[in-house]
Design a protein around this ligand. Structure first.
Ligand code: HEC
Length: 246
């Protein structure tokens, strides 16, 4: 046997395992966010700083870059987003020391800089909406997209509490599938308002995971302009060169 099959077997096994894993995970509801919607990103930034940055850092993201991209003045930045930073060139640090967080939650809250890119925006959106009551969990809740998560339901005041219904699968013994959520206690927001809250926040997380996006698009336009001019020059040059030949 050559080299290839030896690599092939684990690879196929991995793909198969991936397939089985994917089949048993729940379907993610699309976020429907728009990373070009500056108002949504501004709201998302505020949501993140108010409800997430207590535990989660975004250590590759500087406030002044957020201010530039989200069209916020320095005063607006300081007033609305910089609760735990002094200078606009600072990055987003979690308020809670990482060691304490790790001790309390069993694991440190991950940095959010690249989360939306690593897991997908839809995953983050569904994760925020996926907390449901579970009396067996130390936090009192579990999450539909990350079973056994140690993150508490930090948005309970807004969303309220919901329960999840799982029904027995007919085909496979001992397995259940998710049927739906039911509100147990209402929060301060309607379901629609909470969806918008989660959508804006996920939108902001998508933006920070690729802040160069808007710059790149502007650059793309200039590259196209340059290429068009170059094309005209090339055509003129070709005519000049071939003029005497034909
Ligand atoms: C009280 C602290 C705390 C707050 C506040 C908090 N989180 Fe978390 N978060 C955690 C911890 C702890 C984990 C690690 C959980 C795990 O891996 O089970 C986590 C994990 C996550 C993950 C990763 C899930 C995964 O698949 O690994 C995402 C996404 C996330 N949080 C989003 C948010 C968002 C968005 C907010 C704000 C709305 C937020 N968190 C607020 C503590 C917190």
């Amino acid at each position: 046997m050559g080299r290839f099959p030896r690599f092939g077997v684990p690879l196929v096994a991995l793909l198969l395992a991936g397939g089985v894993f994917a089949a048993s995970t729940i379907e993610l509801e699309p976020t429907g966010n728009d990373p070009d919607n500056i108002n949504s990103l501004q709201r998302g930034a505020k949501n993140f700083m108010n409800y997430c940055a207590g535990c989660h850092s975004a250590k590759y993201v500087r406030f002044n870059i957020i201010g530039r991209d989200l069209e916020l003045s320095e005063d607006q930045l300081i007033e609305n987003l910089m609760f735990n930073a002094e200078k606009t060139f600072e990055t987003i640090q979690a308020t809670m020391p990482l060691d304490d967080a790790a001790r309390w939650f069993g694991q440190p809250p991950p940095d959010m800089s690249l989360m939306a890119r690593a897991r997908g925006t839809d995953y983050v959106y569904n994760f925020m909406k996926g907390f449901y009551l579970d009396p067996d969990s130390p936090t009192g809740v579990d999450n539909l997209v990350l079973k056994g998560t140690s993150m508490p339901h930090v948005l309970w005041e807004l969303q309220g509490y919901q329960s999840a219904t799982f029904v027995q699968d007919e085909k496979e013994e001992g397995t259940t599938h998710f049927e739906g959520f039911e509100t147990v206690t209402a929060g301060s927001m309607t379901a629609e308002e909470f969806d918008n809250f989660a959508r804006d926040t996920a939108n902001f997380l998508e933006y920070i995971s690729e802040p160069i996006r808007s710059t790149r698009r502007v650059l793309g336009v200039w590259v196209l302009i340059y290429l068009s001019i170059f094309l005209v020059i090339a055509i003129m040059l070709k005519r000049q060169v071939w003029k005497d030949v034909s």
